[in-house]
Design a protein around this ligand. Structure first.
Ligand code: GTP
Ligand code: MG
Length: 481
């Protein structure tokens, strides 16, 4: 984000001015942060009266300034404000509704109990559009209706933004009905927690329909944001694919004749490689989406000091992802938790599933003879087991989903839980095949020209990217490249 003073003053004054208004503590500042993609703007607190002054921020499309957002203090006493306006109206009967508001701001001294409200009304009168932020969890009290009535006197288009909408559909319907009575229909559900690029796009499209004069500029912003967003998501998905590939392909050599201390050291080396690789990917993903430590805490991403709270090889990790603890324990007994044995190009897990290790049938031996021979000769490797690879994928999948649906406000704990369990069914289609191919191509563990030009690798890469980005058509288009 660029700061306002980078644009010329003339530019700034010709821009569309949007005031973000509403009752106190409804999420006005949070909404602006989300729209700006910045956690630095203003102050957010769970309590009334956090924002005390009007603050402006400019939104850019590349280098071009597009619009000004004005954060305002929350309206606290709409009853008193209404009484004051009525009193002005009775003294100046010829004044229009908007003129009464002007009179109110010019006659309200500093330190007046209604000083905050005067600041809000001043900005409302200087703006082209009002975003009226509503906490839908609140009942539709008279004080809110009075607020809306006062704001509508300014004769500016009002777009209600319904905040805190998750699991509050009934309340949302009541709010909608009440607002319709004020002839306000063009509302938007914009939970700053579950922010999505699509919701933001709809907001700009609504503004476009209300202020024709700024249509083209807003379209530039919509296009710019779409492009940036697609690029961000794509590079994040590519980063995750890099991680999965490097870990699935990685092997650590193990000699079957050597003592257990040597093998323990090899297992440790493999685990360290995995932890380090995942750590580096986490850092990159947070950087791509510009997430700070504070965001991580606010969004309850299970990361502390830039590290995953739960070690990928910790015993509890399997259960928390709904994976098969029993089979992992069996393999763990042979090779150490999270680690599998590999003979030739085949991991022990995959080979046992095919009966190759039992090696009873001639056809099995013919197919896997080389691997079995390699095992007999003592050429063995350690590799990461199937469960660990699944956890690795699911963890990045969930993280990406959170980063892509960012908001700068706090997640509720119950939302995290649902996200954690529902992701367990989201392994990519053909996952076992993908992993098996990767495991048979150890040279792919780091980027190289031959790897990147390999059609089979390319196919795996695009399958994983598609799985990570879900059904979003825009992203899928970009994946085709
Ligand atoms: N769960 C959830 N919390 C939110 C959402 N939006 C805002 N919050 C939280 O609500 C509280 C108030 O948010 P602010 O952005 O400071 O609200 P405000 O309207 O600017 O408040 P004032 O400046 O005091 O009028 C903060 O604790 C936010 O983290 C939301 O959509 N969901
Ligand atoms: Mg605020």
């Amino acid at each position: 984000m660029k700061v306002a003073n980078e644009a010329s003053l003339q530019d700034i004054y010709s821009l569309l001015n949007i005031a973000v208004v509403g009752h106190t503590n409804t999420g006005k500042t949070s909404l602006i942060r989300t729209m700006l993609r910045s956690t630095q703007f203003g102050k957010i607190e769970d309590g009334a009266g956090t924002t005390r002054h009007v603050e402006r921020a400019t939104i850019f499309a590349g280098n071009e300034a597009i619009l000004n957002l004005h954060d305002t203090p929350g309206i606290e006493d709409s009853h008193a404000l209404s009484r004051q306006l009525k009193s002005i109206s009775s003294q100046h009967k010829s004044l229009s509704a908007a003129e009464i508001l002007e009179k109110f701001i010019s006659t309200t001294p500093i330190d007046d109990p209604l000083e905050q409200e005067a600041k809000v009304i001043r900005q409302v009168l200087r703006s082209d559009v009002l975003l009226y932020v509503i906490d839908v969890r609140e009942p539709v009290l008279e004080k809110y209706l009075i607020e809306i009535e006062i704001l509508s006197k300014a004769m500016k288009p009002i777009i209600p933004i319904f905040n805190f909408i998750a699991e509050h559909t009934e309340e949302l319907a009541i709010w909608r009905k009440k607002l319709a009575a004020f002839n306000i229909h063009a509302s938007l559900e914009f939970d700053t927690v579950a922010f999505s690029f699509e919701a933001e796009k709809r907001l700009y499209q609504k503004i476009q329909s209300l202020v024709e004069l700024h249509y083209d500029r807003l379209q530039k912003l919509i296009n710019h944001r779409a492009k940036v967003w697609d690029q961000l998501c794509l590079s994040a998905a590519k980063r995750i694919v890099d991680l999965i590939v490097s870990i699935a392909c990685y092997r650590e050599s193990k000699c079957s004749q050597s003592n257990s201390t040597v093998n323990l050291a090899a297992a440790q080396k493999l685990k360290d490689f995995v932890r380090k690789a995942e750590q580096s990917c986490l850092g990159d993903l947070l950087a791509i989406f510009n997430f700070s430590e504070k965001d991580i805490a606010l969004q309850k991403i299970p990361v502390s000091n830039g590290r995953w709270q739960l070690d990928i090889f910790a015993p509890g990790v399997l259960k928390s992802y709904g994976l098969d603890v029993g089979s992992a324990a069996l393999k763990g007994a042979a090779a150490g938790a999270g680690i599998d044995l590999m003979v030739g190009g085949l991991s022990l897990g995959a080979a046992s599933a095919l009966g190759a290790i039992a090696g009873t049938g001639w056809s099995t031996f013919k197919r896997y003879g080389k691997e079995i021979k390699a095992k007999i000769q003592g050429t063995q490797w350690l590799c990461v087991d199937e469960n660990t690879l699944q956890i690795l994928y699911l963890r990045q999948y969930q993280l990406l989903a959170k980063l892509m649906h960012r908001g700068h406000a706090a997640y509720r704990a119950d939302q995290i839980d649902t996200a954690a369990t529902s992701a367990s069914g989201k392994l990519p289609h053909n996952w076992p095949d993908i992993i098996s191919i990767l495991q048979q191509n150890p040279a792919w563990y780091k980027p190289s020209t031959s790897r990147n030009q390999n059609p089979q690798y390319h196919d795996i890469e695009s399958k994983l990217i598609k799985a990570l980005l879900g059904n979003d058509q825009n992203h899928l288009e970009s994946v085709k490249m």
